[in-house]
Design a protein around this ligand. Structure first.
Ligand SMILES: NC(=O)c1ccc[n+]([C@@H]2O[C@H](COP(=O)([O-])OP(=O)(O)OC[C@H]3O[C@@H](n4cnc5c(N)ncnc54)[C@H](OP(=O)(O)O)[C@@H]3O)[C@@H](O)[C@H]2O)c1
Length: 345
């Protein structure tokens, strides 16, 4: 096996300050006072996504919640794939309230439901897909949104470096099993949240063994976050390559939401840091609705107008690093990921 390793410096591109330190006690995004202005839901686009089904991971807070809210307002059925039923239920109530406030339609509100998914556990991802299979539905939009930021090194109970596992590996497994069980529509879209921090991940040596044992000892936390976000781009490009080779109409896209005011990493910050972060967010960050806009764009844009396999920022195709475009690296990551998930190649 070829060894891969990524190295990222201590700061990254968009969203760096929030993700480095933050997390407040309130996990549920409150409706923004400017929601009407930002979401721009109108009678004319309400029906656009009627009959469509989206899974949004990590939709009980931040960008994921705003994404779920926006898609529901466009008529889409939403599956909130979250680790906490309580937080998801609280967010769901807010999403429904926003729908009622913003949408004037004779049609009933589309349904929105919770399904348990803890991305820190491969077993949870497997259980999620088994439960999904029993519903006998096909998913139109798989939105791999959830992400976490930690200030210390650690491994998950499955033994993987935690950034890699939560932000990438469980999304890899989720996507792989959903495809394997044919739970996507023929023209489904898979949208995976990456970050400007992918730019700071550089090649070197890396292996499944390294990821299992060395995450806690090697690499700064920004390095580890950057690796996980680079992996989301490599995953997207590999998925698209496979779709294209098979003549499938399905599309995979990676998205950088920009620097967005959210809960990412906030629980890790002390009071002083939170104060500083909130100040920086106040000055520079997008709100959650704006942060969700590129994901929503990639859902609602006619499929023939999307650039399959590409990376999007501000609703436009954007460049990625040469490493992120390295298809051999993508293949190696795919192989390593299959091994880590105990899947046959
Ligand atoms: N905010 C930015 O500036 C920025 C910039 C670039 C990229 N991004 C990316 O955008 C995505 C959304 O981030 P955000 O800013 O909206 O962060 P956020 O407000 O912290 O929301 C993250 C979501 O992920 C969920 N999550 C975390 N760990 C999980 C786990 N083990 N299992 C299942 N769900 C889990 C959280 O659920 P809990 O409430 O249960 O923790 C929450 O719903 C992430 O992938 C992030 O990397 C954000």
């Amino acid at each position: 096996m070829r060894f891969l390793y990524f190295n990222a410096p201590l700061c990254s591109g968009s969203g760096l300050f929030t993700r480095k330190f933050s997390k407040t006690k309130i996990r549920v995004r409150q409706p923004d006072n400017q929601t009407n202005k930002k979401t721009m839901t109108t009678e004319s686009n309400v029906q656009n996504l009627r009959g469509k089904i989206a899974i949004v991971t990590g939709s009980n807070a931040g960008i994921g919640q705003a994404t779920a809210s926006s898609l529901l307002q466009k008529g889409c059925h939403i599956i909130m794939a979250c680790r906490s039923q309580q937080r998801a239920t609280e967010a769901m109530e807010l999403i429904k309230t926003e729908y009622t406030k913003n949408v004037k339609s004779e049609e009933p509100m589309p349904t929105i439901e919770f399904m348990a998914l803890d991305l820190a556990s491969l077993e949870s991802a497997r259980n999620f897909v088994n439960e999904l299979e029993q519903k006998q539905i096909k998913i139109d939009y798989l939105i791999n949104n959830a992400g976490a930021f930690f200030k210390t090194h650690d491994v998950t109970k499955d033994g993987f470096e935690q950034f890699f596992h939560i932000n990438y590996l469980s999304h890899f497994l989720l996507t792989h099993l959903i495809l394997e069980k044919n739970l996507l529509t023929d023209d489904a879209r898979i949208i995976s949240l990456s970050s400007g921090s992918h730019k700071w991940a550089k090649p070197g040596t890396f292996s499944d063994e390294w990821m299992k044992t060395s995450g806690e000892k090697k690499g700064g936390i920004w390095q580890l976050y950057g690796i996980s976000k680079l992996c989301m781009i490599l995953l997207t490009r590999k998925l698209q390559k496979d779709f294209t080779e098979k003549g499938s109409k399905r599309v995979a896209i990676s998205v950088d939401p920009g620097f967005v005011k959210s809960e990412l990493g906030k629980s890790q910050a002390n009071a002083v840091l939170k104060y500083i972060i909130h100040g920086i967010e106040f000055l520079f960050a997008k709100n959650a609705d704006e942060g969700a806009s590129t994901t929503v764009h990639c859902v609602v844009t006619p499929i023939e107008k999307l650039k399959p396999g590409m990376h999007y920022i501000d609703s436009k195709e954007a460049p990625v690093t040469d490493i992120a475009k390295d298809s051999n690296l993508g293949e190696e990551l795919h192989k390593v990921s299959l091994q880590m998930c105990g899947l046959n190649q």
